[in-house]
Design a protein around this ligand. Structure first.
Ligand code: AMP
Length: 418
């Protein structure tokens, strides 16, 4: 497999798939979080420093037509220029940038307009269909057009670099199909994807014991696959967040109005059974901060998680649980954290998630390798200003989850093979 470190881009044009799907301030239109732009800089700078030219391509949001000014990448052009420290050319139509790409010189950068202005990018036909059959036919026809679209993008450059980890789990034109139009020597991952893979592989294949997985968030159904995959690898499994109550109810506890997936009770029991067989310690919250409504100004009370009073719902873990979780985490040598312990967006229910963030930082200080992934746990780490106190913060929520589930990601397979 070709690697970016070994490749000399001198005299080459590289088309780089980046993830510039950044949030914009609704009032001013300014980039409100530039993490993803900064994440792409090492790859862009290496190509330019070698004496190559860079063609950047990305999606932004979910446009429904072409063009769709609300989702134009032109809005972020000046921010990218500022972070990179040089002028960038802009191609108004990503599928008709031949002349601009051809004229691009060493050291220059061209940003293509939003790839998703074309339905070919995702390969999902837009519009209404008279029947499922008609939609299927349209999808089949679009598959062919997707190949042409990918080939067109490929024609702009000599080399393909994929550095968009956030979309690596999608089999789109720019993330996977395009790789077919480059030889093995001329396609590679960028530095961001490389570091994401290194961090995830360390946890999946080279974890030092005790390895603790902390799974939070709203639903068991979203996390079931990753939990199943991790049961073969971890010594400790910590459950938190809304999914707690599916486990509590499955074991006969009283959960009041707490979030619960009634059709997943058997599944929850199955996880506990499997964990027992594999010798994994499972830690489920024992006490909670309850609310009388799902609101920031709700009244609160503390109870055992299996004795939630009628009319109340558990929205955060309470002190006994915080103490136990913190102890388990701080004594771990490997930690993977995905999903908050409570409704941390509301201050009254943020304490448990903050405590876990601090425990993960403490474990890191004690020499553990700690990986944080998933939009909300990353937000929690940032909110607590601990991003530089943990080993690795993943930039890809869905992609990271799928990789940790043991799935093959199309964007990864397109370059590395299965
Ligand atoms: P996820 O995207 O699955 O990681 O879920 C994150 C969401 O779960 C956040 O928006 C939290 O507010 C929510 N959440 C966490 N704990 C609870 C809880 N006990 N009840 C309801 N929602 C929760």
């Amino acid at each position: 497999m070709q690697t970016i470190d070994n490749f000399n881009f001198a005299g080459k044009k590289a088309i780089v798939r980046v993830d510039f799907n950044v949030p914009l301030n609704k009032e001013t239109g300014a980039v409100s979080d530039d993490t993803r732009i900064r994440g792409a800089l090492p790859t862009i700078k290496k190509i330019l420093a070698d004496g190559g030219a860079v063609i950047l391509m990305s999606h932004m949001g979910r446009p429904k037509q072409n063009p769709d000014p609300k989702f134009s990448l032109k809005q972020i052009l000046s921010t990218v220029e500022e972070r990179l420290g040089q002028k960038i050319q802009f191609a108004e139509d990503c599928a008709n940038a031949d002349a601009q790409a051809a004229a691009l010189k060493a050291g220059e950068v061209l940003l293509l307009e939003n790839l998703r202005f074309y339905e070919e990018e995702e390969g999902k036909p837009r519009g209404e269909f008279a029947s499922d059959e008609a939609k299927k036919e349209a999808k089949k026809a679009l598959k062919e057009k997707q190949k042409e679209f990918a080939q067109k993008l490929a024609s702009y450059a000599d080399v393909y670099v994929n550095d968009a980890f956030g979309t690596a789990h999608r089999a789109h034109a720019s993330t996977a199909v395009i790789a077919d139009y480059f030889s093995d020597e001329n396609k590679m991952f960028g530095f961001l994807i490389n570091s994401e893979l290194k961090a995830m592989d360390k946890v999946l294949t080279d974890a030092k014991a005790p390895f603790t997985a902390i799974m939070g968030g709203a639903k068991v159904s979203d996390k079931i696959m990753i939990i199943e995959n991790l049961l073969d690898r971890v010594q400790n499994l910590i459950i938190g967040g809304g999914m707690t109550y599916t486990f509590i109810k499955a074991q006969g506890g009283k959960i009041g109005n707490s979030l619960c997936e009634d059709d997943k009770l058997e599944l929850a029991l199955g996880i506990l059974e499997k964990a027992k067989i594999k010798g994994v310690n499972v830690y489920i919250p024992t006490d909670a901060v309850n609310a009388d409504k799902f609101a920031a100004d709700a009244n609160t009370c503390i109870s055992k998680t299996n004795e939630t009073p009628d009319g109340w719902m558990g929205l955060d873990i309470a002190d006994e649980t915080i103490a136990k979780f913190s102890e388990v985490i701080a004594n771990s040598k490997t930690v993977l954290w995905n999903g908050p312990m409570g409704v941390f967006e509301m201050d009254k229910f943020a304490k448990g998630t903050s405590a876990v963030a601090h425990a993960v930082a403490k474990a890191t200080a004690n020499g553990a390798f700690t990986l944080i992934g998933g939009g909300d746990s990353v937000a929690a780490i940032n909110k607590n200003k601990l991003a530089d106190k943990v080993s690795y913060v993943s930039t890809g929520g869905g992609a990271m989850l799928e990789y940790m589930e043991g799935k093959v990601l199309p964007g990864i397979a397109a370059i590395r093979g299965k």
